[in-house]
Design a protein around this ligand. Structure first.
Ligand code: NAP
Length: 369
């Protein structure tokens, strides 16, 4: 199969012919990739980000006594495609089913023609949208679910009266989180964003606050106090916003910008984890003495989340937001686009495009201001 590979960290990605991956467990299945999104995580993994902890994880998983070399590495953390092989334990899916999927962080990814993932990392593809649109949500929705439901203990069935503040509402994670919260019935989702994205946030059902405005803090105070803060940016404003969390009623500030992977890369697993624990303790302490909770959160595959977003897309409760589409051969250009960390919605690789078919789809969707 053709696969984009990281052969050396900090070097350009290389398109290689490689073996189609084999199932190594009866819980796995093989997917022919039809579309896959590009995330900021793919960009930083090219530089070796997270390598220490992810190789240790892989070493533990494979019960190896030797350090595991992850290179060559295939990036790509989600996809939409068709199942071509299933392991013996896979009950609810069969060959030929169209699915959306996420791929665990320490496995070979989906920027290749085929990818292996676990049966609990997939859900049926939404019927009402294309593969390109379907792949805009799996990774960002699972990250949002992990932050909001697993770490901040938001109950999707009982969220209507809660007030949520999201920092970085116009990005991939922020725009997914706003839509999920609104689909769960949350009445008030306030989101910080650049001034040219305010209309976009409103279309998603959020209340925008321009993070560059001199009145940003006053506006946030006016909308608060909040039950939950989801931080996708880790800025002075997002740290300050601890002050607008409710007091002594289990209100949580959850940040997905954690120092863990950077610390373990810099200091090794033991001292890296220790350094992160120390930073976390310092970060947790001040909110805690004022009756507030702070936590870091991480992407985790979640079958319930994937099934729900697939259903919500077909019910029209959530809209996949694709900003730009690139062909498989244009993947390095897609990476350049995502590396700028600007824009709204997702950048997607469409495997059915053979030549240069770069396309702005968000404007077609009439969702970008
Ligand atoms: N912990 C985990 O497992 C995990 C998983 C996924 C992602 N992440 C991290 O989460 C972060 C967000 O990911 P993403 O996919 O949403 O990124 P993204 O799609 O690039 O979005 C970033 C968004 O934040 C906006 N922004 C920039 N500065 C801001 C500020 N000061 N206040 C409010 N908004 C601001 C950007 O708008 P403008 O730049 O146009 O202003 C952009 O819309 C990344 O750092 C990523 O590495 C962590």
């Amino acid at each position: 199969m053709n696969a984009w590979q990281i052969e050396q960290f900090c070097a350009p990605l290389v398109l290689k012919q490689t073996e189609i991956p084999e199932l190594t467990s009866p819980n796995q299945l093989l997917i022919k990739v039809k579309a896959s999104s590009v995330n900021p995580l793919d960009i930083v993994m090219r530089t070796g980000y997270g390598n220490t902890i992810l190789s240790t994880w892989k070493q533990v998983e494979s019960c190896s006594t030797q350090p595991v070399i992850r290179l060559p590495l295939i990036p790509g953390r989600d996809c939409s495609g068709e199942i071509v092989e299933v392991g013996g334990n896979v009950r609810d899916f069969k060959v030929g089913d169209e699915v959306i999927a996420v791929i665990p962080g320490h496995w070979q990814g989906a920027h290749a023609e085929y990818v292996v993932t676990n049966y609990d990392c997939i859900a049926p593809k939404p019927k009402s949208v294309s593969h390109v649109e379907s792949t805009a949500l799996p990774f960002v929705a699972c990250t949002s679910w992990s932050a909001l439901v697993t770490f901040a203990r938001v109950d999707p069935r009982n969220v209507s009266s809660q007030k949520v503040l999201i920092h970085g509402g116009s990005g991939g994670i922020g725009s997914a989180a706003i839509q999920m919260l609104r689909a769960w019935g949350c009445e008030k989702v306030v989101a910080t964003c650049p001034s040219d994205c305010k209309a976009f946030i409103q279309q998603l059902g959020g209340v925008p606050v321009d993070y560059n405005s001199p009145n940003a803090k006053d506006e946030i105070i006016e909308h608060g106090p909040f039950d939950v803060i989801l931080d996708c940016v880790d800025t002075e404003l997002s740290r300050w916003s601890d002050n607008v969390l409710g007091v002594w009623r289990n209100c949580v500030h959850v940040s997905i910008v954690s120092p863990l992977l950077q610390d373990t890369d810099r200091y090794g697993v033991f001292f890296g984890v220790a350094s992160t624990l120390l930073k976390s303790a310092l970060r947790i302490y001040e909110p805690a003495i004022r009756g507030r909770i702070f936590s870091y959160a991480f992407f985790m595959p979640n079958s319930e989340c994937l099934h729900q977003i697939s259903r919500f897309i077909d019910e029209g409760k959530i809209k996949p937001i694709v900003e730009k589409v690139f062909s498989f051969s244009e993947l390095p250009e897609a990476y350049e686009k995502v590396a700028k960390l600007r824009g709204v919605g997702k950048t997607v690789i469409d495997f059915s495009l053979t030549k240069s078919h770069q396309k702005d789809t968000a404007t077609d969707n009439n969702i970008v201001p």
